[in-house]
Design a protein around this ligand. Structure first.
Ligand code: F6R
Length: 602
């Protein structure tokens, strides 16, 4: 399964409560069904329900499980098989003594299903994950050896967690690509697909790396290499999240809360890196002057909003730092690049640090000889652990599926990186540019306190068949981000183009029902953008300019001249537009349909 949540526990506390508590903390990542399996004296007690976690909680409250000492739980995001109680995890073997939860996709599921059915196994779901329980049933040895053997038979990406009633009070977990965090006390052991789920009970955890398998006992965790069960020594990591349940406070949802947290997040990413002196210090990321000087090219690897921030940085590296740079969709990079020039720094930009496309691209870049900088909001994440340098975003946990503060904070971080690279390559620092970055948080605060989105714009967008965003230079990536936010949150068809493309095709889409929103935060492009907007308005479009006044139907001014900071402030009305249109259309803001926060399978 994709992007699911895993939670497991062995110990004296109420197993159901711990499992449901952990799953609740993973809920924000997106899922469509949930389940738990508890090991009791009377066999495995299973509760699984399609729908939100509260449906499962109600079921557990109505039908309290018998006392148990071990259990695993799961939130599922459907891939193989529909959203049904039956397809929800955990899955059991034929005899009902082995329970399994799975994140990822088993790519050879069809062949395994055929084999298992032919050997008489009764398969109760349409999932690839259930096959694991039946494979474990057939395998020989203790649970650890059986899981090792089964992992060897599965192709694809996965994190698996299993227990067997006949194998004692322990669980085993194995990882190939999908994340697993583990922690324990003297009398307990916890495992989850993210450290955030462990935070109420633990302050430290270890992370399984790819190709590792773990035997989890209360008070003891043994980690081995999957291939030969050679013991592996693991390093503990702090769990930075508090144990509190995420709370949107006085804001109506997490998206709006995080949107308003942006100024604080920008201050946080600049702290210690951009002080009063006109210089940037990235030594905390390992980027010393020497390391920066050795960079000859930069290759950004990212997806979604993280790619948009990277595209902005590419423009600036090319233009101001005169360092060759490219930003590729991480998902395409592996298939299309067979070489990297010597001296390339690959920069993997990822809020979660777990996006599988970005992780795979990072590994590919390493295999082509590049050193990798991970720019992540989760310093314990897989991308951080596999990177040569780690730039911690420090934006605070982002709960809303649609990114706000992570995107703009990435833009600030990447701007610091661009400035540091430019300086290391003898181009010096631009004091005005750094001053604009320093001032951006306070300007954003004022803007957010006063800005009112014009009702007319919201109404037009809410009933539009589509919305077009345009930009030039850095504003192409801003337009893409505005368009992505609108489509994610409001489900309105939307596209972004470089304004120069308009006449080469997209103009055919424009009529009086289609708002055209032109991002214009870089004064150098005002004249050309103004022409593009006029062309759209001449075809009946409701023409909006954000930044410079391009004399369309509506203008949203930004209280700033410098292009760097205007980019950041320019993102704010676009983010607000997306949520306001979504609310006008009754859409679920924090968890848009079909989407998940952490995309851990290709
Ligand atoms: C959009 C959004 C996604 C992510 C993308 C990459 O609002 O949040 O497009 O930006 O899935 O995720 P990370 O940054 O975690 O690698």
């Amino acid at each position: 399964m994709l992007m699911c949540g895993i939670m497991g526990y062995v110990g004296p506390q109420s197993i159901a409560e711990v499992l449901l508590g952990g799953l609740k903390r993973l809920e924000y990542r997106g899922y469509d069904s949930a389940g738990i399996a508890l090991g009791t004296a009377r066999g495995i007690h299973l509760a699984k329900r399609a729908g939100p976690l509260r449906v499962l909680e109600d079921e557990v409250a109505r039908n309290p499980p018998p006392p148990a000492s071990i259990g695993i739980g799961h939130t599922r995001w459907a891939t193989h098989g529909g959203v049904t109680d039956q397809n929800a995890h955990p899955h059991l073997d034929c005899e009902g003594r082995i329970a399994v939860v799975h994140n990822g996709i088993i790519e050879n599921a069809a062949a395994l299903r055929e084999e298992l059915s032919a050997r008489g196994h009764v398969l109760r779901s349409e999932t690839d994950s259930e096959l694991i329980a039946h494979l474990l049933e057939e395998a020989e040895g203790d649970l650890l050896h059986r899981l090792q053997a089964v992992a060897g038979r599965c192709e694809g990406a996965y994190a698996l967690l299993a227990f067997d009633l006949r194998d004692g009070n322990h669980m085993c977990a194995v990882r190939r690509t999908s994340p697993i965090a583990i922690g324990y006390t003297d009398s307990e052991v916890f495992v989850a697909s993210g450290a955030i789920a462990l935070a109420p009970w633990l302050s430290r955890c270890i992370y399984l790396d790819d190709g590792e398998i773990a035997d989890l006992w209360p008070g003891r965790v043994d980690v081995f290499r999957l291939e030969d069960l050679a013991p592996v020594r693991k390093v503990g990591h702090e769990i930075s999240d508090s144990g509190d349940l995420p709370d949107s406070g006085h804001h109506r949802n997490f998206y709006v809360k995080e949107l308003f947290e942006q100024p604080a997040a920008w201050r946080s990413v600049m702290r210690g890196r951009l002080g009063d002196a006109d210089a940037v210090d990235l030594t905390d990321a390992g980027l010393t002057e020497g390391a920066l000087r050795s960079v000859k090219r930069v290759q950004f690897l990212a997806m979604g909003s993280s790619l948009h921030a990277s595209q902005m940085a590419t423009e600036r590296l090319l233009e101001f730092a005169q360092i060759p740079a490219a930003a590729d969709l991480a998902s395409e990079f592996r298939d299309t690049r067979s070489f990297l020039e010597p001296g390339t720094l690959a920069v993997a930009v990822s809020q979660s640090g777990e996006t599988i496309d970005t992780l795979t691209a990072l590994r590919h870049a390493q295999s082509l000889g590049a050193r990798v900088l991970g720019l992540v909001n989760a310093p314990g994440s897989t991308i951080a652990r596999e990177s040569d340098f780690v730039f911690d975003l420090r934006a605070g946990t982002e709960i809303s599926v649609a990114s706000t503060k992570a995107f703009t904070t990435q833009a600030v971080a990447l701007d610091l990186l661009v400035s540091a690279l430019a300086a290391a390559h003898g181009r010096g620092y631009d004091p005005d540019h750094l001053a604009a970055l320093r001032a951006a948080p306070i300007i954003a605060e004022d803007f957010l306190a006063e800005f009112l989105l014009p009702d007319d714009l919201v109404e037009r967008c809410a009933k539009a068949p589509g919305v077009i965003f345009l930009g030039r230079g850095q504003d192409v990536s801003l337009a893409r981000e505005g368009s992505l936010k609108l489509k994610e949150l409001s489900y309105i068809w939307s596209e972004a183009f470089a304004a120069g493309e308009l006449k080469h095709g997209p103009l055919a889409l424009v009529d009086d029902r289609v708002p055209v929103i032109v991002c214009s935060t870089d004064p150098r492009h005002t004249t050309k953008l103004s022409s593009s907007l006029s062309e759209a308005v001449a075809r009946g479009a409701y023409g909006v300019s954000v930044g410079a006044d391009l004399r369309g139907t509506l203008h949203i001014g930004l209280p700033i001249q410098d292009a760097t900071a205007a980019y950041l402030i320019g993102a704010l009305p676009l983010q607000l537009l997306a949520v306001t249109v979504a609310e006008a259309r009754g859409c679920s803001v924090d968890q848009p349909r079909n989407l998940a926060k952490s995309v851990t399978v290709e």
